[in-house]
Design a binder for this molecule. Structure first.
Ligand SMILES: [Zn+2]
Length: 108
């Protein structure tokens, strides 16, 4: 899943209900990507964040499925993580919509 750029079914990730303090790591290479303090409930069924750790992500233009979207990849291993949209909460206004299967959680 990590390499194929596919999207998991909504509400299928156990990380949706992960509300402990900690960090979300890349499932492929363990790079810390997101802090639990930037996680929010977007109502989409996918784990969502409004910010990420510096230099953790790489954004590439995704023209699949007849849409132009911004794909989010791990900056270190290039694994597909999800997409980023402009309808997130303040202060960034961004919504990093992640595949739960691409993340691993480590509590603080
Ligand atoms: Zn990675």
């Amino acid at each position: 899943m990590l390499r194929q750029g596919s999207t998991e079914r909504p509400y299928s990730s156990p990380l949706l209900k992960e509300h402990r303090k900690g960090r979300f790591l890349c499932a492929g290479c363990d790079l810390p990507l997101f802090s639990s303090t930037t996680k929010f409930d977007s109502g989409t069924g996918w784990p969502s964040f409004w910010n990420h750790f510096p230099s953790a992500l790489k954004i590439v233009t995704d023209r699949s499925m007849g849409m132009v979207r911004r794909e989010v990849r791990c900056a270190r291993c290039d694994g597909h993580l999800g997409h980023v949209f402009d309808d997130g909460p303040p202060p960034t206004g961004l919504r990093y919509c992640m595949n739960g299967a691409a993340l691993a959680f480590r509590s603080a």
